[in-house]
Ligand binder design. Structure first.
Ligand code: GCO
Length: 457
């Protein structure tokens, strides 16, 4: 077992270790204090969408257990907490009326972190779009981008003085492709045209929000969290290599190119441009404003091969087999070095600001035995990926911090509560929290920071 103190030596003294969560996955209290439904409430209440028809009504009951959960974060020894803000608590209908009690909750959250010496990394959008906005088409409508800008302004006016960083979106790949093309996430659409509209309006919303944040809270570092895919060709054949480049353009380029280059990938425009909404003059300048940081969420590589089918839709790829047969309980291949290769590839392709790993972690579903959870494979997953993170720092990449996904077991979207990613176990009947073996190990690592010259007084 890798000794956390030895591993700690490989990181600079001011490296930030944190834990991450998202509002809909942990808060519960879905009808409390003026919150209105999000698309995830609607989606999870429909049969056949989420495993076991699980929903977010109670989740980890975090909304009602805020103080004890903040104590738990403190106990985890971390210096940073990455959380998301629920738009339907702040502006319940998406537009119009502002709901003060919703803002009050995040006020308490942020103050509670500050009182405990924990840095606050807020995400404005982690997939819980106010359901009312679906009346206009949700993310397929350009108006949603402007509604998001106003929401960003409202949040930053209230919390901006106490946030250490803010991200506009979490994983637009999921809220665009997974939600509008593959139908797996809310709103469950399966349509390329809808997905391309969601893509551009999400990118636009990101840019409009950056503008709003800089206006209202100019000192808060602004970023974007992307689940960049480590795309690997299934073979050395020219066909598979070309497939990998198309997959890169579609899965990564659709977001990285407009944000960091001010244009959409040419291959995507050629193949799908006619189905895209109008890109209005000035949109790409708004989208490509310089960011202070970006966040990478990494779990597993994406192996692709060419799809030889006649008329296959862009990017025309099929999955290629795993190289490492070892996978986590959610079925994702474990392949730590792909994370390092991905970061190197992205810094080669784009002019990127400093980064954080904003999510990394593993699904293992072992349960409590005699009051303890022995989740050695999760601990190993963390140790192996953190070794790659340390290599990246050694090689000169501007990696500033690492957030484990997740603080605790929670609502794993379409998988419901059956898939567990927590460093802390949650008993959903009693809401009891128990730090797992991996959580104790992570705490021993995180407790070493900050250290050396960087130690704060
Ligand atoms: C994500 C998510 C998390 C997931 C995690 C595991 O951004 O994909 O932030 O919500 O729970 O990735 O699938």
């Amino acid at each position: 077992m890798i000794d956390p103190k030895t591993l700690a030596e490989r990181f600079p003294g001011d490296f930030l270790f944190g834990v991450a969560t998202a509002a809909f996955q942990i808060e519960g209290a879905s009808k409390a204090d003026g919150r209105k439904p999000s698309i995830w409430d609607a989606f999870s209440n429909m049969p056949g969408r989420v495993f076991g028809r699980h929903n977010g009504d109670v989740a980890c009951d975090h909304y009602n257990r805020l103080e004890e959960d903040l104590d738990l974060i403190k106990e985890m020894g971390v210096e940073g907490y990455r959380f998301s803000i629920a738009w339907p608590r702040i502006i319940p209908e998406g537009v119009g009326r502002i709901n003060e009690p919703g803002l009050d909750f995040y006020d308490r959250l942020v103050d509670g972190c500050k009182a405990r010496g924990i840095k606050t990394f807020a995400t404005l959008y982690h997939w819980d779009l106010p359901l009312s906005l679906m009346g206009d088409g949700g993310w397929t409508a350009r108006s949603t981008a402007y509604a998001f800008q106003r929401y960003a302004k409202v949040v930053m006016a209230r919390l901006g003085d106490r946030l250490d960083a803010v991200a506009t979106f979490n994983e637009p790949w999921c809220s665009v492709w997974l939600s509008h093309l593959y139908g797996v996430h809310a709103p469950g659409e399966r349509n390329m045209q809808a997905a391309l509209h969601a893509m551009h309006h999400t990118n636009l919303a990101h840019g409009l929000a950056v503008e709003a944040i800089r206006h209202v809270a100019p000192t808060v570092p602004v970023g974007l969290v992307l689940n960049a895919h480590a795309v690997v060709a299934g073979s050395d054949s020219a066909e598979d290599k070309a497939a990998a480049q198309r997959a890169f353009d579609f899965h990564n380029g659709a977001f990285f190119d407009p944000v960091f280059k001010g244009q959409y990938p040419q291959s995507l425009l050629s193949a799908l441009g006619e189905q895209m909404p109008a890109v209005e003059e000035g949109d790409l300048a708004i989208i490509s404003q310089k960011l202070d940081w970006w966040g990478l969420n990494y779990y597993t590589p994406m192996r692709v091969a060419d799809d030889p089918a006649e008329g296959a839709e862009f990017p025309a790829t099929v999955p290629a087999p795993f190289v490492n047969p070892e996978k986590t309980d959610i079925g994702w291949e474990i392949y730590p070095s792909a994370m390092g290769d991905l970061v190197a590839d992205l810094y080669r392709r784009y002019d990127l600001p400093p980064m954080y790993i904003t999510e990394n972690g593993a699904c293992y579903n072992m349960d409590l035995v005699d009051g303890a959870v022995d989740d050695q494979p999760r601990l190993d997953y963390y140790a192996e990926h953190l070794a790659v993170a340390a290599d990246l720092i050694r090689d000169g990449y501007p990696l500033k911090g690492y957030f484990a996904w997740s603080l605790m077991d929670n609502f794993e979207w379409a998988e419901g509560y059956r898939m567990r990613f927590g460093l802390v176990h949650v008993d959903y009947d009693t809401q009891q929290r128990t730090i797992k073996k991996s959580g104790q190990w992570y705490r021993d690592l995180a407790l070493q920071f900050p250290r050396g010259n960087h130690k704060s007084a």
